[in-house]
Design a protein around this ligand. Structure first.
Ligand code: OGA
Ligand code: NI
Length: 393
């Protein structure tokens, strides 16, 4: 790059014209892409709308030309972890402190290992009743499959709205759009007025939210203890104060190899509780391999977010993950982000002092949840460097 200006002085005609031509072409492509994005956005019907309209090819805005999205391995190394499964942790004896087998101590050890190694695990016997889980999935389906006229009222990219729905939250920021529609509800600390929620999932969302919040606080205790801190540590620094439910609907895709359900990313929160149906497609990056997070009957998936990696000073990992587009569907998933995204909170988060020492100096600068989230949103998912990198000292 640096040699170009010098050459241009030598022979401006040869060098300048191709560059300008290239830039013009690039600008033309960008403006064409912007028009297509805007046209899609203005339908307010999302990816589901494209399917309802009967398309048989994936439109250009969803196609990532630089990548073959379905490769299992980002490197050339052979797939050694094809049969590998992320840990499934049984929480049935989480209250059992008497040292009996499968009790709390063992659970904390399993959580520590999973958080240090993968940043991902599944939990069973987690206390969220099966009926609530099934009804939540049906409620989300009910919202996305209701008539367009009812649904479009909720379509918005205004991040101050506690209740909204759209397709690719980073549509204009990212290089490529994703094959999914999502509904966003900010449920805590200040829930929306129930009337603001769409009727197909109004009651069940509040019910699911209260159950998942309870599980969230149990997990915060386990995570605190796994870090060697007192059980209430992470709760007291308000890692569980806020949560948002993001419900995804991934329609069946006519050309699943050309696009992605969700681009590779790590979550911008402390941790996420994810409910997925039985379709599959979620993958986690482990030792440079994409590993399937296979649906386990009745289980919930837990993954750590960037803010947990930041406050734990890299002791715990926020793993990168993605969702493949599939020829079957729709796939439904409900992510509960614990991130205290409260306009009024100015709480500063940095590496936890108790975890630092001379050998373990802080690796990250301090930030607020809002500061981190706004930065994450400004980059979008298809960014070349993970946003957490930019908070490294
Ligand atoms: C997310 C996410 C995975 C899924 O919402 O951040 O990674 O299975 N979702 O939908
Ligand atoms: Ni995620």
């Amino acid at each position: 790059m640096h040699s170009k200006p010098r050459k241009m002085v030598d022979n401006p005609h040869v060098q300048l014209n191709p560059t300008t031509q290239h830039q013009e072409q690039e600008l033309l492509l960008q403006s064409q892409r912007f028009k297509e994005l805007k046209a899609f956005d203005e339908t307010k019907a999302g990816v589901k709308g494209l399917i309802d309209a009967g398309i048989s090819k994936v439109p250009q805005i969803f196609i990532n030309n630089n990548k073959t999205p379905h490769k299992t391995s980002p490197s050339k190394s052979p797939s050694s972890s094809a049969e590998f499964q992320i840990p499934v942790i049984d929480l049935i004896k989480v209250e059992n402190d008497d040292g009996s087998s499968g009790g709390r101590k063992l659970i904390i050890d399993q959580v520590r290992e999973a958080c240090e190694e993968f940043g991902f695990f599944q939990v069973v016997n987690h206390g969220v009743p099966k009926e609530i889980i099934d009804e939540m999935i049906e409620g989300v389906r009910g919202f996305h499959e209701q008539p367009h006229d009812l649904k479009k009222e909720y379509y918005s990219r205004d991040r101050s709205r506690k209740v909204r729905y759209n397709s690719s939250f980073d549509l204009y920021e990212s290089k490529v759009a994703n094959w999914r529609d999502s509904m966003f509800f900010a449920m805590a600390p200040q829930p929306p007025n129930p009337k603001e929620l769409p009727t197909p999932c109004r009651e069940i969302t509040f019910l699911y939210s209260s159950h998942v919040k309870k599980l969230g606080f149990t997990l915060l205790e386990l995570l605190s203890e796994a870090l060697g801190l007192k059980a209430k540590y992470l709760e007291e620094i308000e890692c569980g104060k806020g949560h948002a439910l993001i419900s995804h609907y991934y329609p069946a895709c006519p050309e699943p190899n050309k696009t992605m359900g969700t681009t590779e990313h790590s979550d911008p929160d402390f941790f996420t509780i994810l409910l997925q149906d039985n379709i599959g497609g979620l993958q986690v990056l482990y030792q440079n391999q994409w590993v399937d997070v296979k649906p386990v009957e009745g289980a919930l998936v837990i993954n750590l977010g960037d803010l947990m990696q930041l406050i734990s000073n890299d002791k715990f990992k926020s793993a990168r993950h993605r969702v493949l587009a599939k020829s079957i569907g729709p796939r439904i998933s409900i992510a509960c982000f614990f991130n205290n995204y409260d306009e009024s909170s100015n709480r500063i988060y940095g590496p936890i002092e108790e975890l630092l020492s001379e050998e373990n100096p802080p690796l990250y600068t301090e930030t607020t949840v809002k500061g981190y989230t706004v930065y994450f949103y400004s980059k979008g998912l298809s960014t070349s460097t993970p946003p957490l990198q930019d908070f490294k000292i």
